[in-house]
Design a protein around this ligand. Structure first.
Ligand SMILES: [Zn+2]
Length: 259
């Protein structure tokens, strides 16, 4: 996947710098960012799978977001370069080789996405950017071809479309990361199901707090009200079972206390 992404970026950089297409230049810049984002996403995905240790008692899941954060940094950096390049505007010429290199880049990126999608959700921010690489490739192919055949202005408009799209995506990925690290609660339906399940096991629920760690793991604090005549041995056994069931049925790692 890294090789595919790298090859896609390489042909675009060649086309953007040597064959005069600004649209392809913007595309090439995002390819560099894309390569950094992919490398970081893979690294942090691996780290996120490590078991709990002395400095991360709950596991390393949240380090998985390192990939998204590095992606944002890399894309923000090239967004700055792109803006500077587009601001300095004067007439230029697009060579006919540019659209052909754009087509080649398109093929490499299509393959990279297919591979990334199969791996993990922590690669999702990466695939969002890479889908944009595909759309960009289509815009670049069209605008650099028209730029070479008719007028450089069409190529320039293509470059502006790509730059705009880059900012829209930055916004969307940043928003997702912020939500995901915010201890967000699961949907009400999930919480109701947990409550109903606990009550079906003969407990009375006083309160439930749940936060999402990632799509397959939740953490919760649950307060139960004890009945009057409790047999402690029996209670401890039932709570242990309840915790195991919550993990199995709801992917919920819960601390349970009694009021
Ligand atoms: Zn650690």
């Amino acid at each position: 996947m890294l090789m595919l992404s790298f090859s896609g970026g390489f042909v675009k950089i060649v086309g953007g710098i040597f064959y005069g297409s600004k649209a392809l230049f913007v595309d090439a810049m995002t390819c560099i960012a894309n390569f950094i984002a992919l490398t970081a996403s893979i690294y942090f995905y691996k780290v996120s799978l490590l078991p709990p240790d002395r400095d991360h008692h709950y596991g390393h899941y949240k380090l998985g977001f390192g990939g998204a954060i590095i992606s944002i940094l890399a894309y923000s950096f090239v967004a700055g370069i792109v803006v500077m390049n587009l601001i300095s505007f004067k007439e230029y010429q697009v060579r006919i080789e540019a659209p052909f290199l754009a087509i080649l880049g398109f093929i490499f990126y299509s393959l990279a996405i297919v591979v990334a999608r199969k791996i993990s959700e922590f690669l999702t921010p990466y695939t969002v950017f890479t889908v944009s690489e595909l759309l960009e490739s289509l815009v670049v192919i069209a605008s650099s071809l028209a730029g070479a055949l008719y007028s450089y202005l069409i190529d320039y408009i293509g470059a502006i479309i790509l730059a705009t799209y880059l900012f829209i995506e930055l916004y969307s990925v940043a928003r997702d990361v912020i939500m995901n690290i915010s201890d967000i609660a699961p949907p009400t339906k999930y919480i109701n199901n947990v409550r109903e399940f606990i009550e079906s096991q003969g407990f009375k629920v006083k309160s439930i707090k749940i936060r999402r760690i990632h799509s397959r793991l939740y953490h919760g604090d649950i307060v139960l009200v004890p009945r009057n005549n409790i047999d402690y041995k029996e209670l401890i056994k039932k709570v242990k079972e309840l915790k195991t069931d919550l993990m199995k049925k709801f992917s919920l790692d819960a601390s349970i206390e009694f009021e």
